[in-house]
Design a protein around this ligand. Structure first.
Ligand code: FEO
Length: 173
């Protein structure tokens, strides 16, 4: 049986993952509107990643005999200024997510919930990737400045991103 404190923490984080999807959806919309289809594709994949993170949390709470309680999802900003502004915001957002995931680990260790300690490790590794990929694109955009040729090249590169089902879901739970 899941500890109620872990159930609450994972439910909260599930909501935050859906909020993350909402933010990236808003960013995708801006890129679509600008005709930057590669950037929009990268964001579309990111939306699916966040939805899959929520799904992993949904499955875990249920698997442990707990209950998922859904709450309202906060509205995202729709005021984006540039690709660099968007990716800087994405990086800052992922740093917040990392802090939240670490807090779930801290709680699981504190109450000696070994199953959750093991389970949350996938997310800790995932956050290293999430921060690295946003940071990498921030670096490229800082280098490109507003040069159309460089932006076109980055757009082309990001257009190649594909969604892969995360391993906890691919493994069937
Ligand atoms: Fe689900 Fe981008 O962290």
């Amino acid at each position: 049986m899941i500890d109620p404190r872990i159930q609450d923490a994972v439910n909260d984080q599930l909501n935050f993952e859906l909020y993350s999807a909402y933010i990236y959806y808003s960013m995708q919309s801006w890129f679509e509107n600008q005709g930057m289809s590669g950037f929009a594709n990268w964001m579309a994949v990111q939306v699916k990643e966040e939805m899959s993170h929520a799904q992993i949390m949904f499955d875990y709470v249920n698997e442990r005999g707990g209950r998922v309680y859904l709450k309202g999802i906060e509205g995202p900003s729709n005021d984006w200024e540039s690709p660099l502004h968007i990716y800087q915001t994405a990086l800052e957002h992922e740093q917040i997510v990392t802090g939240r995931i670490n807090k779930i680990m801290d709680l699981a260790q504190e109450i000696k919930d070994h199953a959750t300690v093991q389970w949350i490790q996938w997310f800790i590794a995932e956050q290293v990737e999430e921060e690295a990929s946003a940071s990498d694109i921030v670096g490229k955009l800082e280098w490109a400045k507003d040069a159309p040729g460089a932006l076109y090249q980055i757009d082309k590169e990001l257009g190649a991103r594909v969604f892969n089902l995360p391993s906890p879901l691919a493994a069937g739970g």
